[in-house]
Ligand binder design. Structure first.
Ligand code: ATP
Ligand code: MG
Length: 197
């Protein structure tokens, strides 16, 4: 059951092994609780399992054993459409490589995740996308293609896109990894500000 009182993320004794060729135990009994409105950074050397952990929390992958509870729901029990619906209702993703669609404008990229559901929405999708782009400082870049934007601007479009479904949880895997230190610091400040929004 989803409940506002529950932590946003609760991980219990999670093990994740990859078994192609030599078996790798990427996570070896991880337990962790993240409260709502908390802003958490995961640090560790390359290969220590940070992306693996984020993918499990983001329901993009399943643990070998243990439980992953997001917003009160044990997501290890969800499959197929239920999993996709859960993700769309609760989670926003920001990636290191931005992952914008090169042939779509900034505005269209932000609308994209909800475009197939547009007719069912209780709000105007394009108006919401404009508002979010304005919130990340890109009100004057709505019609730009990704290739016409700086790296920092592309990442801000990607952050606006991650917010389009009003997620309770934003997951960002090295969101500043492809940015210079100035744009990287700005992106982090933006994420922190949005966390309090
Ligand atoms: N799909 C996979 N199949 C097999 N092994 C994998 C797979 N994905 C990750 N691994 C292994 O699991 C371990 C953890 O990988 P992960 O990507 O989570 O590390 P990371 O902390 O995100 O590293 P980085 O800082 O380089 O991004 C690594 O040793 C990696 O080689
Ligand atoms: Mg990684």
């Amino acid at each position: 059951m989803s409940s506002l009182a529950s932590p946003i993320v609760q991980i219990e004794a999670v093990v994740k092994s990859y078994a192609n060729g030599a078996s790798v135990r990427a996570l070896d009994g991880v337990s962790l609780t993240i409260a709502r409105e908390e802003f958490v950074a995961v640090q560790g050397r390359s290969g220590s399992g940070k992306t693996t952990l984020l993918n499990l929390i983001g329901t993009l992958d399943q643990p070998t054993s243990g439980r992953v509870i997001v917003s009160g729901t044990d997501v290890t029990r969800l499959t197929g459409d239920a999993l996709a619906d859960f993700r769309r209702a609760h989670i926003g993703f920001v990636f290191q490589m931005f992952n914008l669609v090169a042939t779509l404008t900034a505005l269209e990229n932000v609308m994209l995740p909800l475009l197939p559901y547009q007719r069912r929405l209780k709000f105007n999708l394009q108006a919401r996308a404009r508002e979010l782009l304005s919130e990340v400082g890109l009100a004057s870049r709505l019609q730009h293609l990704p290739g016409q934007l700086s790296g920092g601007e592309q990442q801000r479009v990607a952050i606006a896109r991650a917010l389009i479904n009003g997620p309770e949880l934003i997951l960002a895997d090295e969101p500043t990894g492809n940015l210079d230190s100035h744009s990287g610091a700005e992106t982090l400040r933006l994420l922190q500000r949005l966390n309090r929004w």
